[in-house]
Design a protein around this ligand. Structure first.
Ligand code: 5RP
Length: 221
């Protein structure tokens, strides 16, 4: 029986077909993306450069000799490739399980096309079973947590974790998001919130899903 990692790899290898040659792209963070970086490196496809969303991604790109570029040095990205913790049928997502969603959202917002890569366990009809990561300025974590509690969630500080931008993460349990766009904006309006892990404004355009029957390419419904 195929493992979750097998399905991630199947999706990641298929996603390489969507890499536009001779263009700048962005690359997310996480175990699924790691399979993608490996597959891209081995594919022989030539890109102008890729923006990495974390040090781990940058290090793996270096290993596979994928050229890197800083976000400040490009005017736009042809495509962005990233995993997700949950993705719904409109291809809106919860991300940030790895704590990289701030940089991921910035880079994704620069891209013409967002290609989400995931195994089939991530494809859900409603977002929220996976706790929503909220990146907060450390001095505001208690105040932000009280706001999230008042909104109906159960906030939990991610212990022993500091983001690459020097902030902390509060994971919000028990909240479902029938209107992800509204929730994304409402949570970001709380003073002290840097960015939350709902990707509704930056929903994916294409989902490459690894399933037991092979890779499936899914468009928003
Ligand atoms: C990191 C992310 C990842 O894309 C998400 O956590 C999925 O990770 P994985 O591919 O390891 O399952 O948002 O901030």
């Amino acid at each position: 029986m195929a493992t979750q990692d097998d399905l991630k790899r199947i999706a990641a290898e298929k996603a390489v077909e969507f890499v536009p040659e001779n263009e700048y792209i962005g690359i997310g963070t996480g175990s699924t993306v790691n399979f993608f970086i490996e597959a891209l490196g081995k594919s022989g496809k030539k890109i102008k450069g890729a923006v990495a969303t974390s040090q781990a991604t940058a290090d793996l790109m270096a290993k596979y000799e994928i050229p890197q570029v800083a976000l400040n040095d490009v005017m736009g990205l042809a495509a962005y490739f990233d995993g997700a913790d949950e993705v719904n049928h409109s291809l809106q997502m919860i991300k940030g399980g790895g704590g990289a969603h701030l940089r991921e959202k910035i880079v994704a917002s620069m891209a013409d096309t967002f290609v989400c890569i995931a195994d089939e366990s991530k494809y859900v009809s409603r977002l929220g079973k996976f706790p929503l990561p909220v990146e907060v300025i450390p001095m505001a974590r208690s105040m932000v947590s009280r706001h999230l509690l008042a909104m109906g969630g159960e906030p939990e500080l991610r212990l022993n974790f500091v983001t690459e931008s020097g902030n902390q993460i509060v994971d919000v349990h028990g909240m479902y998001f029938p209107q992800p766009l509204t929730s994304e904006d409402e949570i970001n309006k709380i003073a002290g919130v840097v960015e939350n892990g709902l990707f509704a404004r930056n929903a994916a355009d294409i989902l490459v899903l690894g399933t037991a029957d092979g890779a499936k390419v899914i468009k928003p419904q």
